[in-house]
Design a protein around this ligand. Structure first.
Ligand SMILES: [Zn+2]
Length: 219
């Protein structure tokens, strides 16, 4: 009789352990499920922000030349290629290179509607202009030779509007530093998330898409 009581108790203790073990597992499973739901929601959020970029694209930033066949531009997918000015870092953009290496020759137009957010000299970007589009995308145009007009933050911009001329400014603290690299337009695209105020995305594929919407200018 005594033995069977002990066995009985042992059995109950074992069952309790088993139940506890199972409960812990179920709880862990619930946590994992919650985590994956969060990750999914975050991924969906990023995807929606990324999709927004397409909604604001209108024109390729460099119009075609009506009069000079040699006025070509070329670019490659140089996303995160190494850049070394002021330390090594990844290239956050696409460089549209000038076939004719004359600063101020190629016009640069806005690829979207928007509002001027930043304008003026930057050590790396030279004379740059940053435009916030209707879907909250920041389009960054750098190394300009000059501006199309005297822009100020808050100015309303229409897609296709002349922003300035392609140049080789930048890579210097001194405003107006030029000639440190070939004439080109550096194009950057940034989206804004709750955690990251400036999240760079690769402009290459958007530019490829925009090639079919190219204005032509007489230059
Ligand atoms: Zn660049």
């Amino acid at each position: 009789m005594r033995l069977s009581v002990v066995s009985y108790l042992l059995l109950i203790i074992s069952i309790c352990f088993l139940i506890q073990f199972e409960l812990a597992h179920i709880e862990e499973g619930i946590h994992l499920a919650e985590d994956s739901t969060d990750a999914e929601a975050q991924a969906r959020g990023y995807y929606e922000l990324y999709e927004n970029i397409w909604k604001d694209l209108v024109y390729f930033p460099i119009p075609a030349s009506e009069s000079n066949e040699e006025a070509v531009t070329t670019y490659e997918n140089s996303w995160m290629f190494e850049r070394t000015y002021g330390g090594s870092y990844g290239h956050e953009g696409t460089d549209i290179m000038a076939g004719i290496q004359t600063p101020g020759y190629y016009p640069v137009v806005s690829i979207s509607d928007g509002v001027v957010e930043k304008v003026g000299w930057l050590e790396k970007g030279g004379w740059r202009i940053g435009i916030r589009s209707p879907h909250d995308v920041y389009f960054y145009y750098a190394h300009l030779d000059s501006y199309g007009e005297d822009f100020h933050p808050g100015d309303v911009i229409k897609a296709g509007q002349l922003l300035g001329y392609m140049g080789d400014t930048g890579y210097g603290v001194q405003e107006g530093t030029r000639g440190k690299f070939d004439v080109h337009l550096h194009m950057g695209i940034y989206i804004r998330t709750e955690e990251i105020p400036e999240l760079a995305v690769n402009p290459y594929w958007f530019l490829k898409y925009l090639e079919q919407n190219r204005l032509s200018y007489n230059y």
